[in-house]
Design a protein around this ligand. Structure first.
Ligand code: ZN
Length: 434
């Protein structure tokens, strides 16, 4: 093929840009009439507003009495509360949700894992969660494949920021455990296994070069990983710092799974951006998080789900015991952290429970210390800040993606109403509702 001259390339590019601008200006405008509009940036509800959407973006927010652009398509949500799409900062979209009869990761093909992800992504979006931070998969990079398929329109689902796999010690909370100790687990399930600071750096590089957006480190044992103990630290502060420093080289951050008080403090001192779970946090840990500006992402609802469904379905006694030992202490720690002014972002650990029930935790955020507005902010603008995506999602503001949901009536009066999100728009496309 003959080489194009650079001047021709320049002119083609210019024509393309001009054409794109012209097309954008001609794109139809959608006007959403909002009876109550939740302004999470200012923490207030405004009555009778209109959101103008052009293409995949929000163009403007104006009073309901203002003139609409000619030819605007109107979506009438005047009897509803309209909010930015919700964000869950702790999901596991890939694979089957926890259940008594669930197949272990080693009993499923990569395709089956991916197909579960397709179903879970759809359920999550239709529940009103238009963005997730997906914090790990056993089989490496299935999450990245799902993210890309959603972004190119192949699959319906939320915007995803993904971890690629878990950074975990051998036999730690991020490993596939439970089989006989002499059974060798295939490398695809152990992509992030690292036991020294150097190995941590190597695996962080491999994950970020392979397509992960951020790093998830398993700093302590886990409730749902057989053989590991939530209170036990699995990395030293130096090893955690290696992950943070290596991620920073790539301009990204580390989220640390940490239940135990010591593991939490090591992770915070090492400079992680968020503590996940935080179940056994002590006062010193809370003070450290406040001082360092570390985010707390505490899954304070699913303990009740595990206790009721897990008992009814006869999940393993080991899991049920660890769940009991962490649930109420986690809630007490969360309440203290809120009172101390620790930054809170919404995360539910979906996959522990069936996907699409992500909003079940919202009333719990209020029960354990937040106001209803703060609970909504934790799942919108605060979550976006944690993800470093506040330039594109998290509030209804000009220039951001048109990710918009609605709930009947005065939704903030009772956050249980978020179980029934009646309208879901993502990137200007309506996936549910009128
Ligand atoms: Zn999790």
């Amino acid at each position: 093929m003959p080489r194009r001259s650079s001047s021709r390339l320049v002119s083609v590019t210019l024509v393309g840009l001009l054409a794109a601008g012209a097309v954008r200006a001609q794109e139809p405008v959608t006007a959403i009439r909002a009876g109550r509009l939740v302004d999470v940036d200012r923490g207030e509800v405004r009555r009778d507003q209109v959101i103008l959407v052009r293409g995949d973006r929000i163009e403007a927010v104006q009073p309901g009495a203002a003139k609409l652009p000619a030819g605007a398509r109107v979506i009438d949500l005047s009897r509803s509360t309209v909010l930015p799409g919700l964000i869950d900062c702790h999901t596991h979209l890939v694979g089957e949700a926890q259940a008594a009869d669930v197949l272990e990761p080693l009993e499923r093909t990569e395709t089956q894992e991916a197909m579960s992800g397709v179903r879970n992504a759809r359920a999550t979006l239709l529940a009103g969660f238009t963005t997730v931070r997906d914090v790990g998969t056993y089989r490496a990079f299935v999450d990245a494949g799902l993210r890309d398929a959603i972004n190119d329109g192949t699959v319906i689902g939320p915007r995803m920021e993904v971890a690629g796999a878990y950074i975990t010690v051998t036999s730690g909370g991020g490993e596939v455990t439970g089989q006989a100790p002499d059974v060798v687990v295939p490398p695809a399930f152990r992509f992030g296994v690292a036991n020294t600071a150097d190995e941590v750096r190597t695996r962080v590089r491999a994950l970020l070069n392979g397509g992960a957006d951020f790093i998830k480190v398993i700093a302590t044992g886990a409730v749902l990983t057989p053989g590991t103990q939530p209170g036990v630290s699995e990395y030293t502060e130096e090893q955690l710092r290696a992950a943070v420093e290596q991620a920073a080289e790539y301009g990204t951050f580390v989220a640390a799974h940490a239940h135990g008080a010591e593991g939490i403090k090591r992770a915070v001192r090492a400079g992680v951006r968020s503590i996940e779970h935080g179940s056994l946090i002590d006062d010193e840990g809370i003070a450290l998080m406040k001082a360092r500006g570390t985010w707390l992402v505490a899954d304070i609802w699913n303990g009740d789900y595990i206790d009721s469904v897990g008992r009814a379905e006869h999940w393993s006694a080991d899991i049920l015991r660890k769940n009991t030992e962490t649930t109420e202490t986690q809630r007490a720690g969360f309440r203290k952290a809120v009172a101390a002014g620790v930054r809170i972002a919404y995360g539910t650990d979906s996959g522990v429970y069936p996907h699409g029930l992500n909003a079940m935790q919202l009333p719990y955020m209020v029960k354990y210390g937040l106001t209803p507005m703060q609970a909504i902010q934790s799942a919108t603008i605060s979550a976006a800040q944690l993800m470093r995506w506040e330039d594109r999602v998290g509030s209804i503001a000009a220039g951001k993606y048109a990710d918009i949901i609605a709930v009947d009536g005065d939704a903030l009066a009772d956050l249980r109403s978020f179980r029934k999100v009646g309208f879901v728009m993502k990137g200007g496309v309506v996936y549910k509702g009128p």
